[in-house]
Every structure is written in structure tokens, then in C-alpha cells.
Design a protein around this ligand. Structure first.
Ligand code: SF4
Ligand code: SF4
Length: 374
């Protein structure tokens, strides 16, 4: 039987070892979802979906119990999709190959500093992983989602799945990271004694390697964030360079350019794709009000659960502003039937954004408003 949600996003951590310029640091406390909580979520949502996506904010490959997370998902026979910035693929390769994963999205636009050698190593490592993972284990989808708005029309709207199912906005990351932005990322202690000191350093760009360097459970965390290279250099990997490297690595015949792939992704090899999209803006209460007219698929085809159990209508609410409830203290069904959830869902059915954040969400404007409502 078809389940209500095409997918549910689960943020297993909101800590990250990168600092992409367009990705505002979350205002929530940093933390990691426990395996016990993850299992609880799976049991709650299993009747509602067959697909989970391990990402909202943060870098999922940082999770120190990633193997147990993936094992739990395999136990529930749920399809796992994972989006990563790609810097820790080599380190987590054994785990990623051991458990079933339907698709891994690698956001190449999130590596913007680190010097030429580090950049080359990063791309080579991502390519090497893709070749090992696909086609045998699952799909690899490289993402280059940092083109200016005029570069191509919206390709990857929710529900408009392309060949590689690059259909979600959850990781629209792009742009060059800046040293000054490192300070705010994962800078405070986690709650409830959970991995309190995770990601607690990084006062400057040059300290990137020290992020997440202390405490953590079972002494497992120390090395996790060391793979991203130094951020001292001003080097910015150009898209052209990435495209040349991918083209050459996969012997791609033809030209890789966003304007040529407006309806589908470029197929680089069997089950290996490249998706282009324009730079994404996270919705913000500080953004201009775009009006109430419009809709999106939040609460219809998907929703998201943050690491602390907060349920939100979409994967773009990285600050939990639209919190509908908490799955650690309420049943999933109760949250779905709450007055707030119903109000938002019914509003979208009538092409009306009822929440202040939704009125300021540029992503919503990608969906066509029926002529009768214009
Ligand atoms: S966009 Fe992704 S890789 Fe970049 S800082 Fe945000 S969570 Fe990290
Ligand atoms: S309109 Fe609201 S629910 Fe939809 S993506 Fe934007 S913030 Fe999320």
C-alpha cells in the first residue's frame, strides 16, 4: 500500500566539518541523535514511509555510531538515502559498503577551500568512492548546486524526480566558505550530556582540523573532522575544474554544462549521476515576505525530524522554527494530527502559506500557482 510520505528526513546530527557560506549556522544546540532515539523514530515512522534521508543540517558521516544507525535502518527494511559533503567518504567507506544504502548524494559545491592539492584529493576521493559504491551497492549522485539563478531553471523540485532522484532541496549548499563563519558552527555544548564537546572549537579557519576534536563517546570522535583540509588558502574550486575532472574520470562523452541538463541529470556511468542546480537560499524569518499565495510539498510528500526529535514540515526548516511537536515525547500520529500540522497542510492544499517562515521561503516560489488562483 502506498504510504503517505514519499520520504522523511532524519537529521542524525547538526554538526558539520565544513562552513559553506550560504549555509547559515543553525541556531539550535549542536548534537547527535542517539541510536536508541533513531530506532524509536524508525518504529514511529515506518507505517508512513519507505524512504529516509539522513540529512537536514550537518554532516551525517560525522556520526560516531553511523554503523549502528545504518544497521537499525536495515533492520527495518527501509530505503536509506544519505547526503554528504564528501570529505569523510574514504574514512567511512567500510561502513557505507557494509549496509544497504539506496543513494548517496555528494555535494561537491561544499568543498571550496583547502588549496589545490586538497581540492584535487577531494575530487579524486569522491570519484574513487563513487566507483566503489556504484553500481553494485547503490546510486551515487554528485551535486553541483551553486549556479546563479539565471544558469538554469529549477530542476530539482520536490516530487520531480530525475534519473538519480536528485529531487530535494535539503542540501542546497554552495559558495565559498569564509573563515569568519567557522566560529558559530557547532560552537556550544550539546544537550543532555550527549557528546557535549563535539564540534566545539574552530575559532578560526586555520583551526578547522581541530573541530569536533574533544570528548565524544568512546573516544571515537577525535579523528572525525580531520579530513577536510586546511581552510587557510583562498583557493576556490571552480565549477569548470570540477566538471573537467569528472568528465575525465568517467570518460564522459560530450559537454557537462547546466544548461544542457535542465530536465534530467548527466549520467556519468552506470548509477552515477551529476545534478546541476542553482544556488539555494535557506528560508529565513529575516527574508522579505513573498506573500501568502503558494504551496509546497511539506507535510504532503515529506517532512523532517531534527536530531533532538523536533518534527518540522520540511527539510528546509534547519532552525526548527515550524516545530510541530517532538517525536521523543509524542506519537508521530499525534504530531501529524496537531492543529498546527493540519493548518499548514490545509493551507498548502488551498495554495496558501499560513506560516511566517513559509511566506518568506523562496523555494516555495518554484511551484506553479494554478491559474484560477492567480
Ligand atoms: S551546506 Fe552542508 S557541508 Fe556546508 S556547512 Fe551546511 S551542512 Fe555543512
Ligand atoms: S514553504 Fe514552508 S514548509 Fe515549504 S519548504 Fe518552505 S519553509 Fe518548508
Amino acid at each position: 500500500m502506498k504510504k503517505r510520505f514519499k520520504k522523511i528526513y532524519i537529521e542524525i546530527t547538526n554538526c558539520c566539518n565544513r562552513s559553506c557560506s550560504f549555509c547559515p549556522p543553525t541556531r539550535r544546540p549542536p548534537g547527535f541523535m542517539s541510536v536508541t532515539h533513531f530506532r524509536h523514530i524508525l518504529r514511529e515512522i515506518r507505517p508512513w514511509t519507505d524512504y529516509i534521508y539522513l540529512h537536514v543540517k550537518g554532516e551525517p558521516l560525522l556520526h560516531p555510531q553511523l554503523n549502528q544507525i545504518l544497521a537499525a535502518a536495515a533492520g527495518e527494511k527501509i530505503y536509506v538515502n544519505l547526503t554528504t559533503n564528501g570529505t569523510l567518504l574514504a574514512r567511512q567507506q567500510e561502513t557505507l559498503l557494509r549496509y544497504p544504502i539506496r543513494q548517496i548524494n555528494i555535494s561537491l559545491h561544499s568543498f571550496e577551500s583547502g588549496g589545490t592539492d586538497a581540492f584535487n584529493d577531494y575530487i579524486h576521493s569522491a570519484v574513487s568512492f563513487a566507483r566503489t559504491f556504484s553500481p553494485k551497492h547503490g546510486i551515487t549522485a554528485f551535486r553541483l548546486w551553486n549556479f546563479p539563478p539565471e544558469a538554469k531553471p529549477a530542476l530539482s523540485c520536490i516530487g520531480h524526480s530525475s534519473g538519480s532522484n536528485a529531487d530535494s532541496p535539503e542540501n542546497r549548499r554552495s559558495g565559498a566558505g569564509s573563515a569568519s563563519q567557522l566560529n558559530n558552527r557547532c560552537s556550544s555544548a550539546g544537550s543532555a550530556g550527549q557528546l557535549n564537546d563535539h564540534c566545539n572549537g574552530a575559532g578560526s579557519a586555520s583551526q578547522l582540523n581541530n573541530r569536533c576534536s574533544s570528548a565524544g563517546s568512546a573516544g571515537q570522535l577525535n579523528d572525525y573532522c580531520n579530513g577536510a583540509g586546511s581552510a587557510d588558502s583562498n583557493f576556490s574550486g571552480s565549477n569548470e575544474r570540477i566538471l573537467n575532472m569528472l568528465s575525465s574520470a568517467f570518460g564522459f562523452q560530450g559537454r557537462l554544462a547546466p544548461e544542457l541538463y535542465t530536465q534530467n541529470d548527466a549520467r556519468l556511468a552506470e548509477k552515477i549521476f551529476l545534478s546541476f542546480d542553482r544556488e539555494f537560499q535557506w528560508p529565513s524569518l529575516d527574508a522579505p515576505d513573498l506573500g501568502a499565495q503558494g504551496s509546497c510539498f511539506g507535510l504532503k510528500s515529506h517532512l523532517a525530524i531534527l536530531w533532538d526529535g523536533t518534527v518540522v514540515p520540511c527539510c528546509l526548516d534547519g532552525d526548527g522554527i515550524l516545530a510541530l511537536g517532538n517525536i521523543f515525547t509524542q506519537s508521530f500520529e499525534e504530531i501529524l494530527h496537531s492543529p498546527k500540522s493540519c493548518r499548514i497542510a490545509e493551507g498548502f492544499q488551498k495554495h496558501t502559506a499560513v506560516e511566517a517562515l513559509c511566506r518568506r521561503c523562496g523555494y516555495r516560489t518554484r511551484f506553479r500557482v494554478p491559474e484560477t488562483l492567480r
